[in-house]
Design a protein around this ligand. Structure first.
Ligand code: DMJ
Length: 935
């Protein structure tokens, strides 16, 4: 155990002195993570040293694959595009919006990878990489970048590199030539970021031009009014380190000022912060609050600033927020966003993937139990989808299906292992490694998942994958002797860059002007001044962590935790549980009574459908009105979710022939006609271009496409016509490639190919659509390898299985060709389904519960995306705690008896009845914004 560990061991579990010396504080906090590693003796079977080494070596090999391909095919570009195997250069690729603001033409991935190289014991490579950074990287580009991303990835990367460079230099073998050049670059970059803080509040503008600073409209800088809380509150570690390394106090002062302002603006009754704040007025622009996207690292940095800087005020703030988080947001195992001014009101029924870092932070705080619970819940979601989707609902359905290889879950797994020593977490890490290799690894690196359900890829490998994922995975399996320095002497930034704890005692002459005086008002007894001793956390019971996980084992597959939790909560408080939208049954008299109390009226339409309308002023009390609001919000969410589900999901085109072997999976749009791949076995075959390429007339090369999957270009005639022409020529499937050059599923929403308005039952073959960029991957493969075999399916198949012999291929093709009758009986008929999300504003006021038994086949969908059920509508789900899909649907406000009512329903401007009601429209707006927001 390190000195820090031993020192901390003496104080673990004891109250810290109120003004503890910084070094002791830092060491103690670090100890929270390490002292239990030898405690575990039972539970999951221990992993042998050999097995751990094997897995560690696997991580090293994977890193080499990612880093090697970046260096070979992308460097000096910012990122690798692993499907097209080239660098992503800003301006040369279609814009992806804000995501591109991380790219400053400064070899982002190289800088973000620097300290990973040292952690992974690649000292020689580190030395080379540092030389390359010093030789090649320009920080003075005329490009607009995100202040937040540049700080955590580039400034953090340079400082992490510098921290380990001086550590190596001191050891006397490597980096003997190093003369603090990385630090000089960091300082240069720090000064470039400072103009962003030129606001009255001290909160930084979200973007800056590296060359010109804040330049007003023409440069997309200086005109923004809002920033996210994490964007303004995730600077202190890097900025303080920069100040303390260099003696230039200004950086730490600016970062402190921004943090002081955020603290000042916290919602005073809930002690929560919103997601977005106006940088000039300090007003909360988005008043929802969680621990994931938009806020996450603000909380992380408060606690870690205390660890690194030893400043009590940061711990006090963190503890105050943490108390609020555990009171309102934490609904174990879930973490659900709430409204800052009405924190008992959930703001969402879904969670985002970024919150997966939170169990790790809870470990650092010493609150292990909820960390184990949330981590286990997340692991169940991963086991279901192989990766954590960007967002998932409280009943664990996919809300946003992408997964950009985020490291947060690996981070929490590492910290939980360090805290518990439970080999279970090694097994979790092993699964992460397997999934990455199986589903994300492509010949040229690792590709983000475009859709975890189909297994399709995106041409993207973010730099944080190298900065964080490999570090945490390697450290998980490493023993002390596997790392060339003592990791306990460092703290991880949010991007997993390493900053030495000795900074706490260096250059402390920073002015700590505090704009707040609340500390003295806070009740000291609220705060933990102890470092949890894991001997006490797991008293004589090595099965403790397992016993916490056990009840959650089937949470994703079987239970509906949110409903259960709410019911429990209500019972605990002695109140009758509020009616949940998913439980609502229109034939249940008790439910109708509750509806009435909540001011919700139920209207039977002439066509058998049912609408729900809320008139807040008709509610029995403001509490009932509030319950009614929540009930309606839930209905809307359930409905929009259901509408999403009724759209055909994306499909996958998987290249299975040499050298791809199933590793490259392209996101494809489905067709509303032809073979439905979700109901049938996939179609596998070699591809051939049709002549004419647009497929709009009888093919002149039927011999070339016979028995193959025909490639056809979009345009000039209907999709169905193309399908008929290639089918007549004997093709077993078709891929329509967009004629709009440069289009890509990275930047354009996928759509479904509609029929031609006539009966399309005659089309039996599957048809898929690829944007031009994805299509060109297949066309390039043909040029290079001639014979290219693909698999058309609803979900990518196991990569290893795709390496099987050709015989299997042909037998599968045969069976596809024979199944005409089967095809007819199973084909779906959709009139027209628009991929756009429904117009929320038009669906807010009325809803219609329909039968849960109905499948999309029985539901006709109008061109506007509005759904209607031609059959008798009735109630929905059971109350047995099982998660069943509710079939309540919304429809556009139409001919209801209520249209002329003077009482305005809550979707419109509501006449305030009291202060709560006055806030509702804000809630609804926030709710609508959230739905539209990206992570
Ligand atoms: C990283 O860049 C950082 O961890 C950041 O705080 C949020 N998450 C991304 C990776 O997912």
């Amino acid at each position: 155990m390190s000195e820090a560990g031993e020192g901390g061991g003496r104080v673990a579990g004891s109250p810290l002195p109120r003004r503890a010396p910084w070094s002791l504080v830092a060491a103690t906090a670090t100890l929270c993570l390490v002292s239990a590693t030898s405690v575990w003796t039972a539970g999951a079977a221990p992993m042998s040293r050999e097995e751990k080494q094997k897995l560690g070596n696997q991580v090293l090999e994977m890193f080499d694959h990612a880093y090697g391909n970046y260096m070979e095919h992308a460097y000096p570009a910012d990122e690798l595009m692993p499907l097209t195997c080239r660098g992503r250069v800003r301006g040369q690729e279609p814009s992806r919006g804000d995501v591109d603001d991380a790219l400053g033409k400064f070899s982002l991935t190289l800088i973000d990878s620097l300290d990973t190289l040292v952690v992974l014991n690649k000292t020689k490579e580190f030395e080379d990489a540092v030389r390359k950074v010093l030789r090649d990287v320009n920080l003075d580009n005329d490009v607009v970048v995100s202040v937040f991303e540049t700080n955590i990835r580039v400034l953090g990367g340079l400082l992490g590199g510098h921290s380990l460079a001086i550590m190596l230099r001191e050891k006397g073998e490597y980096m003997q030539w190093y003369n603090d050049e990385l630090l000089q670059m960091a300082k240069q970059l720090g000064y470039k970021l400072l103009p962003a803080f030129n606001t009255t509040s001290g909160l930084p503008y979200p973007r800056i031009n590296l060359k010109f600073g804040i330049r007003k409209p023409e440069a997309r800088t200086g005109t923004e009014t809002d920033t996210c809380t994490a964007c303004a509150g995730t600077l202190i570690l890097e900025f303080a380190a920069l100040s303390r390394f260099t003696g230039a106090t200004i950086f730490e002062e600016y970062a402190r000022k921004a943090l002081d302002f955020l603290w000042e603006k916290r919602q005073r009754s809930s002690n929560l912060v919103g997601v977005t704040i106006n940088i000039h007025t300090g007003d909360w622009v988005r008043k929802d609050s969680g621990v994931g996207a938009g806020i996450d690292s603000y909380y992380e940095y408060l606690l870690k600033a205390y660890v690194l800087l030893g400043d009590d005020s940061f711990l006090e703030r963190f503890n105050t927020h943490y108390d609020a988080i555990m009171r309102y947001i934490s609904q174990p195992p879930l973490l659900l966003d709430v409204h800052i001014h009405k924190p008992m009101l959930n703001a969402r029924t879904w969670m985002d993937a970024l919150l997966a870092f939170f169990p790790g932070l809870q470990v650092l705080k010493g609150d292990i139990r909820p960390a184990i619970e949330t981590h286990e819940m997340l692991y169940q979601v991963i086991k279901k989808h192989n990766f954590l989707p960007e967002a998932f609902t409280t009943d664990f359905r996919v809300h946003w299906a992408q997964h950009p290889l985020r490291p947060e879950f690996a981070e929490s797994t590492y910290f939980l292992y360090k805290a518990t020593g439970d080999p279970y977490y090694l097994e979790v890490g092993k699964t992460l490694i397997e999934n990455l290799n199986k589903y994300a690894r492509v010949p040229c690196g690792f590709a983000a998942m475009k859709d975890v359900r189909t297994g399709s890829h995106e041409d993207r490998m973010d730099s944080f994958f190298l900065a964080e994922m490999f570090k945490y995975l390697y450290l998980l399996f490493a023993d002390k002797e596997d790392i060339i320095f003592d990791i306990e002497d460092y703290i991880f930034t949010t991007e997993a860059h390493l900053l030495p704890l000795w900074l706490s005692t260096t250059n402390q002459n920073i002015s700590k002007k505090n704009t707040t005086s609340e500390y003295t008002e806070l009740d000291d007894s609220n705060f933990d001044w102890t470092c949890p001793n894991t001997q006490i956390l797991f008293p004589n019971d090595p099965l403790y962590a397992q016993s916490i996980r056990e009840p959650l084992k089937n949470v994703v597959d079987k239970s509906c935790p949110r409903g259960i939790i709410r019911v429990e909560e209500s019972f605990r408080s002695g109140a009758k549980p509020p009616l949940r939208a998913r439980d609502f049954m229109a034939t249940n008299p008790e439910h109708l009574e509750i509806l009435k109390k909540m001011g919700v009226s139920l209207i039977h339409l002439k066509d058998g459908r049912v609408q729900l309308v809320q008139h807040a002023i008709q509610a029995a009390s403001s509490i009932d009105a509030e319950d009614g609001l929540r009930f309606m919000q839930e209905m809307i969410e359930l409905s929009s979710q259901q509408q999403k589900e009724q759209q055909l999901p994306p499909r996958a085109v998987q290249i299975v022939s040499h050298p791809f072997f199933g590793r490259v999976v392209l996101t494809a749009g489905p067709a509303q006609f032809g073979l439905d791949l979700s109901k049938h076995k996939e179609t596998r075959g070699f591809v051939a271009s049709s002549k004419p390429y647009n497929g709009c007339s009888e093919l002149t090369n039927p011999e070339a496409v016979m028995g193959k999957i025909a490639l056809i270009q979009r345009g000039q005639c209907m999709f169905a016509e193309k399908a008929r022409n290639i089918q007549n020529a004997g093709a077993i499937g078709g891929i329509v490639i967009d004629d709009n050059e440069g289009s890509s599923s990275d930047t354009a929403p996928l759509f479904q190919m509609a029929g031609d308005g006539k009966d399309t039952d005659d089309i039996k073959i599957p048809m898929l659509f690829l944007f031009s960029k994805e299509g060109s991957i297949i066309l390039d493969a043909i040029r290079e390898h001639e014979e290219v075999e693909v698999l058309l399916s609803d979900k990518a198949r196991d990569r290893d299985a795709e390496m099987e012999s050709e015989e299997q291929t042909s037998s599968e093709n045969d069976s596809q060709n024979q199944s005409a009758e089967q095809v007819i009986s199973l084909s779906q008929t959709f009139d027209l389904v628009d991929q756009e999300s429904p117009d929320e504003s038009s669906v807010h006021s009325h809803l219609e519960p329909t039968s849960p038994a109905e499948t999309p086949d029985a539901t006709s969908i109008s061109p506007s995306g509005e759904t209607s059920n031609p059959t008798e509508s009735h109630e929905t789900t059971s109350l047995d705690g099982e998660c069943t899909d509710i079939d309540n649907q919304l429809e556009e406000q139409s001919e209801t008896e209520e249209d002329s009512s003077p009482n305005v329903s809550w979707g419109k401007k509501v006449q305030p009845i009291d202060s709560i009601l006055a806030d509702w429209n804000e809630d609804i707006e926030a709710f609508e914004m959230m739905e539209k927001d990206e992570l």
